[in-house]
Design a protein around this ligand. Structure first.
Ligand SMILES: C[S@@+](CC[C@H](N)C(=O)[O-])C[C@H]1O[C@@H](n2cnc3c(N)ncnc32)[C@H](O)[C@@H]1O
Length: 253
């Protein structure tokens, strides 16, 4: 336990996320500037009982390396259970309120088994491979397993713009390219927030149209909130037929 200037101990629950991140030299603070965004979104829910799942434990093939963010989340959220997924065995980090699973984030069956063991999840943080296809697969499997009111965070979206970096294929693409990347996928969900206004006859809202209620994009990071997106737009029921007719006329002219 850290001591203050008068030599008194400061329990983790009284320290800010920035202090905890600095203490463990978290790459979320050292390499990136994610911590202020996390504090903004997580402070109001800090003391709730929750299940938190982070993809990517850190330390890669070295079993005892990494785990900084798992411990940081454990100290920041005193009533939460923290779960981590990594492609390598990271069980050396299992302990008080922390449990790790070994497997790949692009394996839907593995992710399903993890969710079955955890139960409903309140927060997912994707800081794993950063390969666009993996990020999208994990989101498609895990977002439906998130509790209503939960939040899904994706870090390091810079890889969405790079096909390859240091010999690793990330599946990104230059802006305006034809590939589906994590960013083009998440940007496509933004329109779904307004699906009630789509003027396409017979449009069937997707799962994400109906269950994404807010998206906050930051530099290289996005927070996606789950809830029920069934709010009707002002007068939409009354004017939808007129909108459909004029959209149809415009298409035919
Ligand atoms: C950037 S590090 C995570 C850092 C950690 N979240 C932190 O903030 O301290 C990325 C981790 O993702 C893991 N990883 C890479 N590919 C993965 C995959 N397909 N599925 C799960 N984990 C993967 C790596 O082994 C590595 O430990």
């Amino acid at each position: 336990m850290r001591k203050d200037v008068k030599g008194r101990s400061t329990p983790a629950r009284n320290r800010s996320l920035m202090e905890l991140a600095a203490e463990c030299r978290s790459e979320k603070a050292v390499l990136h500037k994610y911590i202020p965004h996390y504090e903004h979104h997580f402070d109001p829910i800090r003391f709730l009982e929750m299940n938190i799942l982070e993809i990517g434990i850190g330390g890669y093939k070295f079993p005892k390396a990494g785990g900084d963010s798992l411990r940081m989340w454990r100290d920041y959220f005193p009533n939460a259970r923290i779960y981590g997924i990594d492609i390598y065995d990271k069980s050396a980090h299992d302990g008080e309120r922390i449990k790790t699973f070994r497997g790949s984030q692009d394996d839907p069956r593995f992710l399903g088994r993890v969710c079955d063991e955890i139960g409903e999840i309140d927060i997912v943080i994707d800081d794993g491979s950063h390969v666009s296809e993996h990020v999208i697969t994990s989101f498609k499997v895990l977002f439906p397993r998130l509790r209503s009111g939960g939040v899904y965070v994706v870090e390091d979206l810079q890889y969405a713009y790079w096909r390859q970096f240091e010999g690793v294929e990330y599946g990104g693409d230059a802006r305006g390219g034809n590939r589906e990347t994590s960013m083009t996928f998440f940007k496509s969900l933004v329109d779904g927030l307004n699906h009630q206004n789509f003027v396409e006859a017979g449009y069937e809202p997707t799962y994400f149209d109906k269950n994404v209620v807010a998206m906050h994009f930051y530099h290289n990071q996005v927070f996606i909130y789950k809830g029920t997106n069934d709010e009707p737009s002002f007068h939409i029921d009354r004017i939808k037929d007129r909108l459909l007719r004029s959209a149809d006329k415009a298409r035919r002219s």
